[in-house]
Design a protein around this ligand. Structure first.
Ligand SMILES: NC(=O)c1ccc[n+]([C@@H]2O[C@H](COP(=O)([O-])OP(=O)(O)OC[C@H]3O[C@@H](n4cnc5c(N)ncnc54)[C@H](O)[C@@H]3O)[C@@H](O)[C@H]2O)c1
Length: 272
């Protein structure tokens, strides 16, 4: 009988079914924009499942609050001041993580900015600013992490926080944001294909509207908030904590055959 690569792979002891499927003990995660919202919840979630977490954020106060949440789970936490709009800081943060924790196994590219302006009024500077954070920063964080993962030779995980707005349009004046997130969804596929040979699995999550600072202005407008809530099959916005499970799944042994995928966490927004 011919033994193909899949059959050989499946024979490894790691595929024994047990409750450690989601265990991240011994893994080192890096999360951008970890000071609040989805990023802070993800940092705590990764720590709850055993990972040590480098919390990358611009603000030391809020960043260190997240570090405390990480440490409360018995994991190691480290704040690293990082503006992903500044490319030198991206690679420096990966180097700092390696200096402190010895390795990088998981990168969550969460940092992002919302931006609305009628498409006919957007300036080149506004376009560049949104793209610099949501797309360019995400790409160069991924590059810096992947170089480290390739050098380690044990694969890795990159999880990009995209959006439902990477797949559908809206009338909300968010064209630049839509463009940035659409690019993240397809960049995810491209990186997944390119880095598969290094067993670096690259996926994205696509949240619907989540109750964070990013949607605070919408939440204060009852008519608009109601309209947008009804676009989710579940009839409401989600909580940051509801994004955590998808990230744990994509970080863990539970998803060893998942790459290039965008996992919607959107209360059914894109289901109809
Ligand atoms: N809230 C939503 O409805 C929603 C929906 C879909 C996708 N998302 C995405 O989720 C991610 C997190 O957003 P959130 O909802 O938690 O909003 P948020 O505004 O609370 O958090 C965004 C985080 O990114 C950080 N950040 C922004 N610019 C940065 C930069 N240049 N360098 C480093 N960090 C930077 C912020 O400091 C903050 O920690 C973003 O990528 C966002 O686009 C949010």
């Amino acid at each position: 009988m011919t033994i193909n690569k899949g059959a050989q792979f499946c024979a490894q002891p790691q595929f024994e079914i047990n409750r450690a499927l989601f265990d991240l003990k011994g893994k080192v995660a890096v999360v951008t924009g970890g000071s609040r919202g989805i990023g802070a919840a993800v940092c705590a979630g990764l720590a709850a499942f055993g990972a040590d977490v480098a919390v990358l954020a611009r603000d030391a106060n809020t960043g260190n609050q997240t570090v405390e949440k990480v440490q409360a789970f018995g994991a190691r936490g480290l704040f690293i001041a990082t503006d992903v709009g500044d490319l030198s800081q991206c690679s420096r943060s990966i180097d700092r993580t390696v200096a402190e924790f010895g390795r990088v196994d998981i990168l969550v590219n969460n940092a992002g900015i919302g931006f609305t302006s009628p498409a006919e009024a957007v300036t080149p500077e506004e376009w560049d600013y949104v793209m610099a954070v949501n797309l360019r920063g995400l790409f160069f964080m991924s590059q810096a992490a992947a170089k480290q993962m390739i050098a380690q030779g044990q694969g890795g995980r990159i999880i990009n926080v995209a959006s439902i707005f990477g797949i559908v349009g809206s009338e909300l004046g968010a064209s630049v944001y839509h463009a940035s997130k659409g690019a993240v969804v397809n960049l995810t596929r491209a990186l997944a294909c390119e880095w598969a040979k290094h067993n670096i699995l690259v996926n994205s999550i696509g949240p619907g509207f989540i109750v964070t600072d990013m949607t605070a202005a919408i939440q204060e407008q009852p008519v608009l908030a109601d309209l947008l809530e009804r676009r989710h099959a579940l009839g409401r916005f989600g909580c940051p904590e509801e994004c955590v499970g998808a990230v744990i799944f994509l970080s863990s042994r539970a998803s060893t055959f998942v790459t290039g995928e965008n996992l919607f966490v959107d209360g059914g927004y894109t289901a109809w």
